[in-house]
Design a protein around this ligand. Structure first.
Ligand code: NAD
Ligand code: TDX
Length: 332
């Protein structure tokens, strides 16, 4: 197959996906990434130069996107502003990148008849109660809570409309919370690991009972490649690995790794509009496309991730002070 264009390929999951494609296919990859604060060139550093090219640019730059779509036969769209807390502070970039950026790609996909896979999130469905036996499915109504999740929901709606109205060949995936190497330290798990490396107590929002459904980024990547290769155009697939844990359980597992007790937690100001629980039913992806996660043991994957952050302090250290200064302004 010809070259693949990956937007946001210098971010946490996008870079993981580029490695996955290089290791598991014959494809060459062009990464289109704006290199925002969330990107890292280091995550792409060890890839073969004859198979991976980085184009620094914006997904909302229509002439650039048009040129790149003319040169590629498939696109996987990871680029986004991705952090809920930032969207509560300043929603503007979320509307611009997540909605206008996706619109820009869809118009190019329409002009050039390029196959598009749109990477989205389970947060578009809003949240579930803690005692609700239900999980999200492909039929769950959209009900986003934050500027971030509303912007992702908006982008999903655009993709569906471009499929139906213009015949664009696109699929959508909605995945649960990812963990693994190269995740920005603003996010929950790496923030707590790097706090503990610094001897600082983990900071847990509210009562800590909010549930997230954790999946290793490697499993997200294998699912996206499976959908790109075997998914039916116009379909949505939910990606999850049955990893429901509340935030206290996750922090306790991290604390144990550092030889600390579950009392070593600082409870801080809750996130506004904080979703209570996410949970994914991924039966469609597994039954129709034969995908299964490789990381069945969350605690083992978490232990590997802790070790990775301990061994990659050079990478995250330059961002730690500014990240914590931002949270401090919000009492978090
Ligand atoms: P990230 O913030 O780590 O990376 C985002 C990347 O997109 C960065 O490299 C950034 O430079 C790039 N980018 C941002 N704005 C851009 C623009 N205008 N033009 C070009 N590039 C731009 O995000 P992530 O956690 O890797 O998430 C990737 C995708 O997966 C997002 O679409 C996100 O909504 C989705 N997702 C993430 C999770 C998760 O747990 N992190 C779960 C489900 C879905
Ligand atoms: O310091 C913290 N303390 C804390 O208790 C942080 C940063 C978070 N939290 C809580 C909030 C959530 O309940 O931990 C949970 C996870 O928080 P985040 O890492 O910010 O993730 P979340 O808001 O759940 O969204 C993530 O998963 C879905 C990604 O950031 C999104 O991009 C993805 O769509």
């Amino acid at each position: 197959m010809a070259d693949l264009l990956v937007t946001g390929g210098a971010g946490f999951i996008g870079s993981n996906f580029v490695h996955h494609v290089v290791n598991n296919t014959d494809r060459s990859v062009t990464v289109l990434d704006k290199l925002t604060y969330a990107a890292s060139r280091e995550s792409l550093a060890e890839l073969p130069e004859d198979r991976v090219e980085l184009v620094v640019g914006d997904v909302a730059d229509a002439p650039l996107v048009d040129k790149l779509f003319a040169e590629h036969d498939a696109v996987v769209h990871f680029a986004a502003e991705s952090h809920n807390d930032n969207s509560l502070d300043d929603p503007g970039p979320f509307i611009q990148t997540n909605i206008v950026g996706t619109f820009t790609l869809l118009e190019a996909a329409r002009r050039h008849d390029v196959r598009l896979h749109h990477v989205s999130t389970d947060e578009v469905y809003g949240d579930l109660d803690l005692d609700d036996p239900k999980r999200f499915t492909e039929d769950t109504p959209y009900n986003p809570s934050s500027p971030y999740s509303a912007s992702k929901a908006g982008s999903d709606h655009l993709v569906r409309a471009w499929v139906r109205s213009f015949g664009v060949r696109a699929t959508i995936s909605n995945c649960s919370n990812n963990y693994g190497p190269w995740q920005h330290i603003e996010k929950f798990i790496p923030r707590q690991i790097t706090n503990l490396i610094d001897g600082v107590l983990p900071k847990v929002y509210g009562d800590g009972l909010n549930v997230r459904d954790w999946i290793h980024a490697d499993d997200h990547s294998s699912a996206v490649l499976t959908i790109l290769e075997k998914g039916r155009s116009g379909e949505t697939y939910l990606i999850g690995a049955d990893g429901e844990r509340n935030n206290l359980q996750v922090v306790t597992a991290i604390l144990e790794h550092f030889g600390r007790t579950k009392d070593d937690i600082e409870f801080v100001t809750d996130r506004a509009g904080h979703d209570r629980r996410y949970a994914i039913e991924s039966g469609k992806l597994r039954a129709e496309l034969g995908w299964a996660p490789r990381y069945q043991d969350f605690e083992a994957g978490l232990a590997d991730t802790i070790t990775w952050y301990q061994e990659h302090e050079d990478w995250w250290r330059p961002h730690k002070q500014a990240t914590e200064a931002f949270y401090a302004t919000k009492g978090q």
